[in-house]
Write a protein that binds this ligand. Structure first.
Ligand code: CAA
Length: 384
């Protein structure tokens, strides 16, 4: 299915492209070195309505469709993958989860400032010993009158330090497996919520990834999201949307690496001609373009199902699997085409390659996407 973008979608894409390539790109390499969180950029992104794009206007969002969202997100990723992961978690997982499962009070208190970009949110599912298998998580939430007392450690939390509120899952009933997991809203500043170790990462260096430690963290019963036992499904549903975001992020970084490679091979001369004249390079350019285009169509396909309110779990995982593997291949090829220069920090492809490495890992590894896709197919008895 080929997608014809509407005038509004094209307008959003152009607006974000202009902003991203002027403002976000200007300091991306520097941020990669200093690890400085781009707080000022997020303020500007909030003004442009990029922090709660798919949330209705009454809750501070832009009421944009998912196609516009993936266009915008990939434009931000083109310039800075660190900035785009924060935007992705904020929009796809945090804001949408509040919108879908929050009470009116929770929406007013948390969703409105999140969607308007006044504050940044985090999502805490992963633990030191529970990554691909979140049902084995060990964080507990014990009911105590009008409160829950939470204890445990959440790991690899995007915006763990810079967020003002976190959605955190915990076990409310050990005996019930995934049905014994619940989701809680924990504002920063709550006693017992501690920002722990900050990871020193290979890529996405300007996005903070931390532990969130819960030590007898006491939160009111009103801060449960959904009902007791809904936490696993809430997380899975958030990840469905999140995975479209990571696919869009992969597409954006792949396009940046591709454009850099095309520019380089046209200028670099060896054996008396531009290396773009060599078939070995031309065929690689063709393969890269083909895979990037295929990823784009898969992303549009998943986003369009979401817009039409159809199930999209399978398509989100397909898009995430293909696009994240694709960007790892494309960034590696881009470095190869740059030769020795690609291995230096003088060329941006070096950063793109490092940033892309985690895309096949977070929000579900490629192996987990294959489990989701095959489960969906075999369960649905739908044709692939
Ligand atoms: N939406 C809603 N409900 C869903 C769902 C979905 N997409 N997927 C599953 N469920 C429901 C099922 O219907 C089932 O409910 P019932 O028992 O009522 O029928 C229940 O959840 C259990 O489903 P499964 O039996 O399929 O679950 P499972 O235990 O076999 O696990 C899994 C499935 C796919 C392996 C899942 O555990 C998974 O996705 N793991 C990866 C986790 C992950 O992506 N972690 C990344 C964390 S975030 C991050 O990376 C950091 C960041 O900030 C960027």
């Amino acid at each position: 299915m080929l997608f014809k973008l509407t005038a509004e979608q094209l307008m959003i894409q152009n607006m974000v492209r202009e902003f991203s390539r002027k403002v976000i790109a200007a300091t991306a390499s520097e941020r990669d070195k200093t690890k400085e969180f781009p707080a000022e950029n997020f303020k500007q992104m909030a003004e442009l309505g990029l922090m709660g794009m798919m949330i209705p206007e009454e809750y501070g969002g832009e009421a944009a469709d998912a196609i516009s969202y993936v266009l915008a997100l990939s434009e931000i990723a083109y310039s800075c993958a660190s900035t785009s992961v924060v935007m992705s978690v904020q929009n796809s997982i945090v804001c949408e989860t509040f919108y879908k499962f929050g009470t009116e009070d929770q929406k007013q208190e948390f969703l409105v400032p999140l969607a308007s970009g006044e504050i940044i949110g985090a999502f805490g599912l992963t633990e030191p010993d529970a990554g691909s298998d979140p049902v084995s998580q060990e964080t507990t939430a014990i009911r105590d009158g009008d409160h829950y007392i939470l204890n445990g450690t959440k790991r690899f939390i995007t915006s763990g330090k810079n967020s003002k509120v976190a959605l955190v899952t915990a076990k409310t009933d050990e005996s019930k497996g995934h049905k014994g997991i619940s989701c809680f809203v924990i504002p920063k500043g709550t006693p017992g919520l501690i920002v722990g170790h900050m990871e020193d990462k290979m890529g996405l260096r300007a996005s903070d990834t931390t532990d969130l430690i819960l030590e007898n963290c006491k939160i009111p019963v009103a801060n449960i999201l959904g009902k007791e036992g809904d936490g696993f499904k809430i997380a899975m549903s958030g990840l469905d949307s999140g995975r479209i975001g990571i696919a869009a992020q992969s597409y954006g970084v792949a396009m940046a690496a591709f454009d850099a490679a095309v520019k380089y091979v046209k200028n670099r001369k060896q054996f008396g001609v531009a290396i773009s004249k060599h078939q070995a390079i031309r065929f690689q350019i063709a393969d890269m373009a083909t895979k990037i285009e295929a990823a784009k169509q898969l992303i549009f396909s998943a986003a369009s199902l979401k817009d039409r309110k159809k199930p999209y779990t399978r398509e989100a995982s397909i898009a995430k699997l293909f696009a994240s593997e694709m960007v790892n291949e494309v960034t590696a090829r881009a470095i190869q085409m740059h030769g020795g220069y690609g291995f230096t920090k003088d060329y941006e492809v070096e950063r793109f390659y490092r940033d892309a490495r985690v895309f096949t890992i977070y929000e579900g590894t490629s192996e987990i996407q294959r489990i989701v896709i095959s489960n969906q197919i075999l369960k649905d008895k739908r044709k692939p």
